[in-house]
Write a protein that binds this ligand. Structure first.
Ligand code: GLY
Length: 371
């Protein structure tokens, strides 16, 4: 194989597919290459949570990125479904974040004040109101916070839909073809894979945790580390939960097919993608504490994914200083699914229009050195 396209995307997870879809819609010829199948990395284990006001509450910039991306989600899903013809389960049920003690209730009170001050709709609930809102909660609940704009999406269905929509716009997907090396070749980028070489005007590195493992000529490996997440799928037998329930030690996403997803462990286990007894036990214990009726649920599966984390837990999106026709789109850590629409737009605007969104200054690879 010796293929030429305008842009090669290394990584066929949700970020790579979203970027491919966006670029191809704008008339660019794109190839996507991945050592696995499309969506076969961290994406396959994602609960598809869209909750920037919980996930981003400790990092101002995550809050900004997450809320901007959430605003794009309705039209993003509608466009992908319409272009691909593949249905994507997507719900904006809101979240109910639970406090199990006085100190965490005070944290929720502060969060509610902050959200209200910037116009985000939320309601702080007393213990009785929280139990009325979610009757399956255990008696240990102290109170809760509902954020009604939050939601969830089926990450695998969305990635599959992006794959089909991008393919309809002419994107060539090369899967099960590991990338061996990336180098410069005159004005082009050469991506050497197990199956042959791809030549392009530019490349996007969207290979999640694996970005730091791909040798790039003249460029040091980006400091990305894998953070393992185990996620359970249980078969809920009671009346369905009204919305995502977020507790101190787990979150629970209710699907309309009667299953719930319970996530997730946060583990430094290198590139080990095995499920573990202790991981499963900790999630089962946490969900039964939060929602005692989970004891009667059926056990379906455990999924495992490696979240790509950077030293400051923020994504890396922007041009490489060492190889300017190489663009990073990785390090999305706990929020790859949430940040996919915004990342796709930032990358396309940067590569095609030279548009430097101000937020790129905060998530550029250069904050870690000459990458
Ligand atoms: N976004 C949820 C997680 O990474 O577990």
């Amino acid at each position: 194989m010796n293929q030429k396209s305008d842009i090669v995307i290394v990584g066929g997870g949700i970020i790579g597919c979203a970027v491919a879809y966006e670029l191809s819609k704008r008339g660019i010829s794109v190839s996507v290459v991945d050592g696995r199948d499309v969506g076969g990395g961290a994406t396959r284990a994602s609960a598809g949570m869209l909750a920037p006001f919980i996930e981003g509450q400790h990092l101002e910039i995550m809050w900004t990125l997450g809320s901007r991306s959430l605003e794009l989600y309705d039209s993003f899903v509608a466009d992908v479904v319409s272009d691909s013809g593949h249905f994507v389960p997507y719900e904006r049920t809101g979240t109910l974040e639970i406090a199990l003690d006085k100190a965490s209730l005070e944290c929720l009170e502060r969060a509610a004040e902050r959200l209200s001050s910037v116009g985000v709709k939320c309601s702080l609930l007393t213990r009785a109101e929280a139990i009325a809102a979610e009757p399956h909660l255990g008696s240990n609940v102290h109170g809760g916070l509902v954020v009604s704009t939050h939601g969830f999406v089926n990450a695998n269905a969305l990635t599959c839909s992006l794959h089909h929509a991008a393919a309809k716009h002419g994107v060539c997907f090369i899967t099960a073809s590991e990338v061996i090396e990336i180098s410069s070749h005159e004005d082009s980028v050469m991506v050497k894979t197990a199956g042959g070489t791809l030549l392009s005007g530019a490349a996007v590195l969207a290979a999640g945790s694996w970005v730091g493992r791909i040798p790039i000529e003249g460029v040091s490996p980006l400091p990305i580390r894998p953070v393992r997440g185990q996620l359970l799928r249980l078969l809920w037998t009671e009346a369905s939960l009204a919305r995502i329930v977020w507790g101190a030690d787990c979150y629970v996403v209710p699907w309309s097919d009667g299953s719930i997803l319970v996530g997730a462990t946060v583990e430094d286990a290198g590139f080990d993608e095995c499920a573990t007894v202790s991981g499963v036990m900790s999630l089962l214990g946490a969900v039964c504490d939060l929602l005692p009726a989970a004891q009667g649920a059926g056990f379906d599966t455990v999924r495992v994914g490696l979240r790509p984390a950077t030293p400051d837990d923020l994504p890396v999106v922007g041009r490489s200083a060492a190889m300017p026709n190489l663009v990073y789109a990785t390090g999305h850590y706990r929020n790859g699914v949430l940040l996919a629409p915004l990342t796709a737009r930032l990358v396309a605007n940067l590569m095609l229009d030279g548009q430097e969104d101000p937020v790129l200054g905060e998530i550029s690879p250069s904050r870690f050195g000459e990458f």
